[in-house]
Design a protein around this ligand. Structure first.
Ligand SMILES: Nc1nc2c(ncn2[C@@H]2O[C@H](COP(=O)(O)OP(=O)(O)OP(=O)(O)O)[C@@H](O)[C@H]2O)c(=O)[nH]1
Ligand SMILES: [Mg+2]
Length: 497
């Protein structure tokens, strides 16, 4: 009791002393400031202004330094740039940068090569795009009767991309492109079709009725990519004139909502014809099913294409931009792939170092090393992989926050490690050192995986969030990683022995 009172009196005395010092300091500073100010005011004006300028400069410099140190740097968000148009130079630069980092850029590069080949040939590509069995192949066959086009009653008859030569009235060299129908069983074929549409100058969007939701979305996507879209209502032989007129109106509304260009001939109704099966009865009474060609009526489509090409405008530049976007998407996919592989390597290497370090330690258990070299290197390498330039302070803060969570997770990690090791035949009694090594390895493994999750979600290191991710996912990661890490520790131990 006495001691407590003494401490209180002591603290009170210190406060009183600090108060006196603060007042004295304030008086002293005020006096010198006023002194300096008086002299400046009396002295030449140039000195006054010079002095004020220097003071303001110093204050601004200090503020800037504090800002740099404390406030987080804003890293441009990759998702924002997904909407901005790309130039040839942008995409070339990105490719070169990614390639030097070790990313496989072949498929993105192939897009640029295909574009160059098409530019050199100077042909205009018209892509027939639409759901399966809407009559894309039949339309191409009607336009270019000599072409060897596959048409089938069964949906999904076209499974690859084919080009057929054609010529417009104005003498343009044209390629009619047939692609697989969308909305079938294979999502991969939808992608093939969409990518080919992206490479074309104009998309002829073929449908055989009002647009379903997916079709409307595809029209919107194509318009967003800057594609001139013509909606072609095929099989119009199945509708009477009033129905046709109502459908054309609906389609025009779809195009308008999708942000497509509403010009003359952007929505047309045609009949590609195609084959129908009819039962033929011969004079002897026998019946046979034969295919009969329906009459084609595609005049309005030919007119629409010719009109569109009368004044092609910036059709080439728009096609180029869409291909650059396609190449950028393929590059992003390749980068993701690369990150997945590389992050796995980084995690493995850190986990191995933790295991080896722990096996070599004299008294395992005293040294959880998250804040040490291994944790720092792993965090920095991972951030670099995700183009997130972290401040050293952020790395430190993340590791500190994670370290405080490790204490809670260690018993679980040890238990899982012990069980995991027992599952290996021939290990026999599991030595404590080995269990600790596996437990530490598991913690690094979990740390690495939570880092990958936050970095791929936010594109930068947000210490509190990354640490929370670590805490929330740790038990799941520990369970998932135990076989791998136990194997690693056993191998390392065998090597050491
Ligand atoms: N009634 C009618 N049927 C048509 C018309 N055009 C095509 N068809 C029929 O529609 C079916 C599908 O024709 P395709 O040309 O193979 O359709 P597609 O869009 O190329 O089909 P996928 O390649 O499978 O996506 C065939 O049975 C055609 O005979 C048309 O104008 N009227
Ligand atoms: Mg087809």
């Amino acid at each position: 009791m006495k001691l407590d009172r003494l401490i209180r009196i002591g603290v009170a005395a210190v406060i009183a002393l600090l108060f006196v010092i603060a007042i004295a300091a304030l008086l002293f500073v005020t006096e010198s400031a006023l002194n300096v100010w008086d002299r400046l005011v009396e002295g030449p004006k140039a000195l006054l202004y010079g002095y004020v300028t220097v003071m303001a400069g110093l204050a601004a410099g200090a503020a800037w330094l504090i800002w740099r140190l404390v406030v987080r740097r804003k890293i441009p968000d990759a998702r924002v740039s997904a909407e901005t148009p790309l130039s040839r130079k942008d995409i070339r630069d990105r490719l070169a940068e990614a390639e030097s980092a070790g990313v496989d850029v072949a498929s993105a590069q192939a897009e640029l090569q295909e574009l160059a080949a098409r530019q050199a040939a100077g042909t205009i590509h018209l892509c027939f795009f639409g759901e399966i069995s809407t009559g894309k192949s039949s339309l191409i066959k009607a336009l270019a009767p000599d072409a060897d086009v596959v048409v089938d009653v069964v949906g999904g008859s076209t499974t690859d991309v084919r080009h057929y030569r054609w010529r417009s009235e104005a003498g343009h060299q044209i390629m009619l492109t047939d692609v697989p129908g969308t909305g079938g069983l294979e999502q991969a074929l939808d992608d093939v079709a969409m990518q080919e549409a992206q490479r074309a100058h104009v998309v002829l969007f073929v449908c055989d009725g009002d647009l379903a939701r997916q079709e409307a979305e595809a029209v919107a996507e194509l318009s967003r990519l800057g594609k001139p879209v013509v909606i072609v209502l095929n099989k119009s032989d199945r509708f009477d004139l009033d129905e046709q007129a109502a459908l054309l109106q609906r389609l025009l509304e779809h195009l308008d909502q999708a942000g497509g260009e509403i010009e003359r001939d952007r929505v047309v109704a045609v009949s590609a014809g195609g084959e129908s099966e009819v039962v033929q009865r011969s004079s002897d009474g026998t019946e046979a099913t034969v295919g009969r060609q329906r009459p084609a009526d595609i005049g309005v489509l030919v007119v629409a294409i010719n009109r569109l090409l009368e004044d092609p405008g910036d059709i080439d530049a728009r096609r180029d931009r869409a291909v650059f976007r396609l190449a950028a998407d393929k590059l992003a996919e390749a980068e993701n792939e690369y990150r997945t592989q590389r992050s796995e390597q980084i995690i493995r290497s850190a986990t191995r170092k933790a295991v080896v370090g722990s096996l070599a330690a004299v008294s395992p258990g005293t040294d959880i090393l998250i804040q040490g070299y291994v944790g720092t290197t792993m965090t920095q390498e991972m951030c670099k992989l995700y183009d997130a330039a972290p401040r050293d302070l952020d790395v430190e803060e993340f590791l500190n926050l994670s370290q405080s969570r490790v204490g809670r997770a260690l018993p679980l990690s040890l238990a899982v490690a012990g069980n995991g090791l027992k599952a290996f035949p021939g290990v026999g009694t599991v030595a404590g050192g080995l269990v600790h090594a596996v437990a530490y390895g598991l913690i690094f493994d979990a740390l690495g995986r939570s880092l990958v999750q936050t970095l791929s979600k936010h594109g930068r290191l947000v210490p509190e969030e990354a640490a929370r991710e670590f805490e929330e996912g740790i038990s799941e990661h520990i369970e998932a990683g135990v076989r791998r890490v136990a194997r690693m520790a056993l191998d390392e131990k065998a090597d050491a022995d």
